[in-house]
Design a protein around this ligand. Structure first.
Ligand code: DAS
Length: 345
């Protein structure tokens, strides 16, 4: 039983006046069910289809004419490139239709930031694409899914959201795909853009923008995944005390075309891991220094790392630096060109 409040609304405007919004469902907690309304963990993610989610939020029909598609039904901890490429293809096809004003994607929260950033780089439209999830399953007391979904549809239907890049709407806040990250394993206020800040808020269901990103996105990017069936393998190596080269060597052995090193501090490399990165670079693997810290820039620091042509991951967290490096490698192996991309997106 879905515990969401359901009640009937008479449409405020006739259907032909309301914007058409497509809802692409991928699963996650927003579609999750548990045995009781007090169970907040250990539920089955992606248990409910998009039609059930829409039935529980009839107010959506006052703000848009919505049509739902089930692209996948998975916990996003298991998100795949295949689903990403399906989403990108579907988004670009739908947004080319002049009658469709925007897209909402329902998604698990665990990797929502990654899908948002990937689409921020490959969707070729300035129409709104809004990702939405929930931290409590649909069957829970005070489930956050319904209001998040209502807000997301409102945002996707808003002219204010045009040209803002891919957006993330949870907990009455609007974040941009590039800077947003999940900051709490269980809090409904989990999505933040630490230091760089959110873009706006919802008040009574209305979106209000206060900022927009300075980085290139969506229709202005140089990336095109149409026709691709996979992305180049890029691995992330997370540093720690007593780090060494073994996982770097394993990544190279597995055929990694790029390695994102989640270094300490400003992308610092452990002395016992450095030889592995140097050899990987010499073998043609592109190395990007990122940081496990979570805030601040990673720019050139040690002259030796610059001399070894290790690239700088800017403010992207390691999982987002990996996405940009993957897409960069679909275009070029030129290190100066790839660094330009990290300075641009
Ligand atoms: N079930 C996890 C996921 O699909 C968590 C969530 O959705 O919030 O990402």
């Amino acid at each position: 039983m879905v515990a969401w409040l359901t009640c009937s609304f008479s449409p405020a405007a006739s259907a032909e006046e309301l914007p058409a919004i497509e809802i692409l469902a991928t699963g996650g907690t927003i579609a999750g069910t548990a045995a009781s309304d007090t169970q907040m963990t250990g539920y089955k993610a992606g248990a409910l289809g998009i039609d059930t989610l829409l039935q529980a939020v009839p107010a959506i029909h006052d703000i848009a004419v919505v049509h739902g598609e089930q692209i996948a039904n998975t916990g996003s901890e298991s998100m795949t490139t295949d689903i990403w490429l399906k989403l990108a293809t579907r988004c670009n096809a739908l947004l080319a239709n002049p009658n469709i004003k925007g897209i909402v994607i329902t998604h698990g929260t665990d990797t929502l930031e990654e899908t948002a950033y990937f689409l921020n780089l490959v969707v070729k439209s300035d129409k709104p694409v809004v990702l939405v999830g929930a931290m409590r399953p649909a069957t829970a007391i005070s489930a956050d899914g319904p209001v998040n979904l209502l807000n997301a549809v409102k945002l996707a239907a808003s002219p204010k959201a045009v040209g803002k890049g891919v957006l993330v709407a949870l907990n009455d806040e609007i974040n941009g795909a590039r800077d947003v990250t999940k900051t709490s394993t269980e809090n409904v206020a989990t999505f933040k853009s630490p230091e760089l800040g959110l873009l706006g808020y919802f008040a009574n269901g209305e979106p209000y923008f206060y900022k927009e990103t300075t980085r290139c996105h969506t229709k202005h990017t140089e990336f095109d995944v149409s026709g691709l069936t996979e992305l180049p393998r890029v691995d992330i190596i997370y540093t720690h005390v007593n780090d060494d080269r073994h996982l770097i060597d394993a990544a190279v052995h597995q055929g990694a075309k790029g390695i994102v090193y989640a270094g300490s501090g400003m992308g610092s490399i452990h002395k016992d891991a450095e030889p592995g990165l140097i050899d990987a670079q010499k073998a043609g693997v592109v190395i990007v220094r990122s940081s496990r810290v979570g805030n601040g820039m990673v720019v050139a620091s040690s002259a030796e790392w610059t001399a070894e042509h290790f690239l700088n991951g800017d403010t992207l967290n390691p999982q987002k630096a990996r996405i940009l490096l993957q897409l960069a490698l679909t275009k070029t192996q030129d290190l100066d060109e790839i660094q330009r991309m990290f300075d641009t997106y």
